[in-house]
Design a protein around this ligand. Sequence first.
Ligand code: TEU
Ligand code: CA
Length: 546
Amino acid sequence: MDFKGSTVYQIYPKSFYDSNGDGIGDIRGIIEKLDYIQSLGADYIWSTPFFASPMQDNGYDVEDYRSIHPLFGTMEDVEELIEKARERGIGLMFDMVFNHTSTRHEWFQKALAGDPKYMDYYIFKDGEPGVPPTNWQSKFGGTAWEYVPYLKKWYLHLFDVTQADLNWSNAAVREELKNVIRFWKEKGVKGFRFDVVNLISKPEVFTDDDQGDGRRFYSDGPRVHEYLKELTADTQIGNMITVGEMSSTSVEHCIRYSDPGEKELSMCFNFHHLKVDYFNGNKWELAKPDYCRLKTLLETWQLQMQQHHGWNALFWSNHDQPRIVSRLGEDKKYWKQSAKMLAACMYLLRGTPYIYQGEELGMTNPGYQSIDEYRDVESIHYYQILIQSGKTSKEALEILGARSRDNGRTPMQWNSKKYAGFSKKQPWIGIPENYKYVNVEAQEQDTDSILHYYRKLIALRKRYKVIQDGSIQFLYQKQEEVFAYQRIWEGQKLLVLNNLSGREVVLQEGVAVAGCRCLLSNYVQGESERIWALRAYESMVWLKEG
Ligand code: TEU
Ligand code: CA
């Protein structure tokens, strides 16, 4: 299936469905829920990692790329998942964490034992204790270097200290990773998501960053395009769906990563639009969302990618992000309207949608009240850092409540029974109280639910070429609360109008809809010739066929 017409459903297995009652979601849990995923209209499932791992970073610290963590199941389970999904026309995309491995990986263990071959698999630098090679900071807080006294060397870890960065300038490392791809391709995997893949190429010389945390030296690093071209060519994944997760990237680089002529990846995730509520770029300081900036970012990326043959992955949420309805929508009075509006805003743009489990229900942040409720390594680190910087525990918890990655990792809400029907046992992480009404079962019954709205939206994408392939133009660019665009393809014209605010907005000069059909809306639409105003969080989609 052409990736331009596809929709991807993202699963975080640990929190999707627990089939054996140990409080932790698993592979058989995904198998049991395949009918549900099919009913959404998803073409692919991207699952975050379930490989052997000490789980310091919930599986993003891989110990063995070819074996399955027993918590999640067995290789047979994974093979069955691939097969049963295939029978339903759904392809599996696996998550390849190739920037780093767990320090428990055999390669790193051999490196620690002093084997020079494997030391060259990682980034070791000579040095003295207490004096890291550079001042670079880990993404999870603190220095990005760890000292190994008996080797008298430091190793680089851009993430947790148990996640050692691989040395991609070593051709042997690149060959090892290609073999991992080949292994999973042979098992019938249909696509890949590459974790922080724009960080794989480090500079030749390591120097202090006097302007930041070091990221400008290794994000979209010197040889990254060369490495990706080589990986794609040598593993023959150029005709599969591939997506790279790009950290602190630029549109220029994302064009190169995703332009079919470059033969690197099908598309990219970038996070600029999910930083519009950071205070001066700082995730750990709260600020109100800047909708103006949100609009400008989405518009710029859409237009640039369109002009230069790039392709966007369209998404609002994933396992690293707070719930979008709590963040850019309004999760109480206008819960339903704002969740639907956000969906239409994003998933009718030019690109491939990635819908994260529970987003289709309008799942919200859980509102944890104590640090003991948090599980994520990043949240726990930053709580300490915030306290050390002088914040009270109440302030730090308020920040985590809005920013923690655990907000997006709470169990999928299946029904209103105990533990939201996710498990028979107390789950590994707490469930938001609203599961009583925010759940699959309740929303299956309500034809006006967020769930049904997502289904309609996905079906529209399948049905209309204009959504898959149409060109895009933005409207009302000067009106801050209005996010509006039109898509054009041959005789079809699609008009998408959204009010990003909780207030009624009068449109400057109104927009003609005479002769158009309303395909989707989160309010009842009467007959009209022209739209003059939008109600709180109102969203409407009109089609004109020529
Ligand atoms: O995420 C990379 C990433 O950029 C985020 O973790 C980000 O740094 C974080 O939210 C800081 O605010 C990927 C995975 O999606 C994430 O789960 C992993 O922890 C990370 O890579 C390391 O593998
Ligand atoms: Ca389980």
